[in-house]
Design a protein around this ligand. Structure first.
Ligand code: ATP
Ligand code: MG
Length: 328
């Protein structure tokens, strides 16, 4: 089924958030709503408010059988890699799981979004990769959730692509560092990659069994994905036989455009059930949150963006239930 401009339909059959993209007002400092959710009728508005309240009481998710490590990759820039990494991680932490985000992008966007110090000189993924410090030393806890941790990235990481070239076992350095992390038993680890297929992304692909590919519901969405999949196959063949694309997330979905539905259809046709049923809506609140050093779950916990990331995290947890052997 296709929806035209102005339709309330979405790719996953849920009501579109187009109506409330810019009209809700949440004041994080005050922790209150200024005005109500915008819905078409009073009953719809009431139902939406009830859903928001319901979603504020989060259940606990079961721990996975073994630690799950995801590389979040797509060499196309600005598709929602970082946003997905930090918000899915925050959603899992909120639901009781020990979660780590490793920022492997010299832009340091994941560190910023999590409110984590990443000025030059801060122990970071750079020192970890070049073997100066163990990963443990670079861990910082989120100011918003005691179960959410981050290894930040500083601008130093920009030089790592070149420095790594001459190093021994250059592709497996993050994997070794992660294996050396004994003190913390993280349930989930998310590695946020830069928009390139260089040595940083390869280190991430070698360190993780699972790849999560965010795909923006926009023009040329699948552009470059073929190249990414070929690289993943090469890493799998030569460096990490466990590697698999397990998850695809559709991001920045705008229910007002027919294009978004077409892209969603194409991606589902291509990746089948690897694509999460949950679609992340385009939402001003989601893009504002990093400016406050917050995830959407802290910035506006009742918003559709927050709910969609909560839903996505539950789907990810549910799908992983039977993966792998016993917890080590
Ligand atoms: N659901 C969303 N709604 C609105 N804006 C979004 C959404 N998701 C991400 N954005 C915004 O889009 C921009 C790109 O997102 P993000 O930084 O997550 O992409 P990225 O793939 O990590 O980019 P890069 O390739 O540069 O690392 C950011 O400004 C972000 O705030
Ligand atoms: Mg990014």
């Amino acid at each position: 089924m296709k929806f035209g401009r102005g339709s309330r339909g979405t790719a996953n059959g849920q009501p579109s958030e187009s109506a409330d993209v810019s009209r809700e007002t949440w004041t994080p400092a005050a922790g209150t709503w200024k005005g109500d959710a915008v819905a078409d009728t009073p009953i719809a508005a009431e139902a939406e408010r009830a859903t928001r309240l319901l979603h504020k009481r989060h259940g606990q998710l079961p721990r996975p059988d073994r630690q799950r490590v995801f590389t979040i990759a797509n060499q196309k820039g600005g598709v929602g890699k970082t946003t997905t990494a930090v918000n899915v991680a925050a959603a899992l932490a909120l639901q009781g799981l020990q979660t780590l985000v490793i920022d492997l992008d010299p832009q340091g966007n994941a560190s910023t979004a999590l409110g984590i110090e990443h000025r030059q000189g801060t122990p970071s993924s750079y020192e970890v990769l070049i073997g100066e410090i163990p990963l443990e030393t670079a861990l910082q806890r989120s100011p918003h959730n005691e179960r959410l941790y981050c290894v930040p990235a500083t601008i130093d990481l920009a030089g790592a692509e070149i420095e790594l070239v001459s190093m021994v076992a250059r592709e497996g350095r993050l994997r070794s560092a992660l294996a050396g992390l004994k003190e913390h038993s993280f349930d989930y680890v998310f590695i946020d990659c830069p928009p390139s297929l260089g040595l940083l992304t390869i280190n991430a692909l070698v360190a993780a069994p699972e790849v999560l590919i965010p795909i923006q519901c926009e023009y040329y969405a699948l552009e470059g994905v073929g190249q990414l999949l070929r690289n993943i196959e090469m890493v799998k063949a030569h460096l990490n036989p466990e590697l698999d694309v397990t998850t695809v997330v559709l991001t920045m979905y705008d229910g007002r455009t027919r294009l978004a539905d077409q892209v969603a259809e194409d991606v589902r046709a291509h990746f089948g059930d690897k694509v999460l049923r949950t679609v992340i809506p385009r939402s001003v609140k989601v893009s504002e949150a990093p400016g406050y050093g917050m995830t959407i779950l802290d910035y506006d916990p009742g918003s559709r963006g927050a709910m969609s990331y909560l839903d996505a995290s539950r789907e990810i947890a549910e799908r992983g239930r039977n993966l792998g052997g016993p917890r080590s």
